[in-house]
Design a protein around this ligand. Structure first.
Ligand code: PLP
Length: 358
């Protein structure tokens, strides 16, 4: 039940408890997009608080993907050797009702102080194995172009960093913030990949598409990340629409995330099996470019893994059973080379003729 269909004072009191527990914010751009006459509007469902958030399931966690266990110092989450998160701010222009950081973000939550930012940048500079820094939060694009430019400039001085990545919802929820100055602030010698979080095709308004175009025209590659959400995009039609719309906005779908188990989010949950069935139905019907990887972030901080449908299984006779996009199963043998039969590694392939030439 959304805020717009409350029918009693006890519901209002319950809603007040929700808003005291979890931050609420909606931009004017998103407000204008919501259809107040539609009680199941997929945009409203993502941003308007609901009394269903008071229901907490036993498996829900305050820190579902274990940010805290991998945080060596404020603002840094370092779970993989080659990349880490740098959380500059803990505020967003909107607060998604299913956010996995809903217990750590909100208005008034301090971002990094100058000293903490220095310490975080020193941590990165001291570790040559770090190839990629991912700015997230909170939403890093809520910062002014001037402050972003400073952070990007400092990251650009770290020789071993290969790329910078930014995870943001700003291009779709507050597209006016993506000014030429902001685009300029992100440009530098190191490539900046921008991952746009959007869950419904309607989020790509003409203004949002222009914001994406400004980023893409500025030379910043755009990727899409979405969350599979009950009542928002849990159908083949909604997902097809979303991923195709992303492509037309020059955003390549990257991850479709299985919903993390944040507190008070069970009304958004879609079972993994249903997610796999949806992904299987998109395969073969949508451009390969429109197919994100379906991802589970294993609760407790054990990392992200693909959990999409399996297309190849080993059969008893040693052959593979491979399922095509239309559901038919085919045997796929790899030939009976003596090495394969004996479990011996085949010798390296002969280089191509052209490669021999020099
Ligand atoms: C999600 C996440 C990443 C990025 O993972 P990719 O699979 O590279 O998109 C990196 N570090 C942490 C801690 C994360 O939660």
């Amino acid at each position: 039940m959304g805020a717009h269909e409350l029918d009693s004072t006890s519901d209002l009191a319950a809603l007040k408890r929700v808003t005291e527990r979890f931050a609420v914010a909606v931009t004017p751009h998103i407000r204008a997009l919501i259809d107040p006459s539609d009680h199941s509007d997929p945009i409203a469902r993502q941003f308007d608080p609901s009394i269903e958030e008071l229901h907490e399931a036993p498996e829900e966690l305050s820190d579902p993907i274990g940010d805290a266990t991998h945080s060596p110092l404020p603002g840094i989450v370092h779970r993989y050797p080659d990349r880490l998160l740098l959380k500059l701010v803990n505020v967003c222009p909107v607060y998604c009702r299913f956010c996995f950081r809903r217990e750590t973000v909100g208005p008034g939550n301090q971002g990094l102080t100058g000293d903490e930012l220095d310490a975080a940048l020193n941590y990165i500079a001291a570790r040559p194995e770090i190839f990629e820094v991912i700015l997230t939060g909170g939403d890093p694009l809520i910062l002014s172009a001037r402050r972003l430019a400073k952070v990007i400039a400092r990251l650009n001085t770290i020789p071993h960093l290969g790329i910078i990545r930014i995870h943001t919802r700003v291009p779709v929820v507050d597209p006016g913030r993506v000014t030429p100055d902001l685009v300029e602030a992100l440009r530098g010698p190191k490539p900046v990949y921008v991952v746009v979080h959007a869950n419904h095709a309607r989020e790509f308004t003409p203004e949002a598409r222009q914001a994406c175009a400004r980023l893409a025209d500025g030379g910043l590659p755009l990727l899409g990340q979405s969350v599979l959400l009950r009542g928002v995009n849990d159908s083949e039609a909604a997902l097809s629409d979303l991923f195709r719309t992303m492509l037309t906005a020059r955003v390549k779908p990257y991850h479709l995330n299985h919903l993390d188990r944040a507190r008070g989010t069970s009304h958004f949950r879609v079972p993994l099996e249903e997610g796999q069935a949806l992904m299987a139905r998109l395969r073969g019907r949508l451009s390969g470019l429109a197919q994100p990887t379906y991802i589970l972030d294993i609760p407790g901080g054990h990392g992200k893994v693909p959990v999409g449908p399996l297309y190849a299984e080993k059969a008893e006779n040693g052959e593979w059973r491979v399922t095509d996009p239309w559901g038919c199963v085919h045997a796929y043998g790899e030939g009976a080379s003596p090495q394969a039969a004996a479990g011996v590694k085949a010798p390296p392939e002969r280089p191509l003729a052209g490669a021999d030439a020099e």
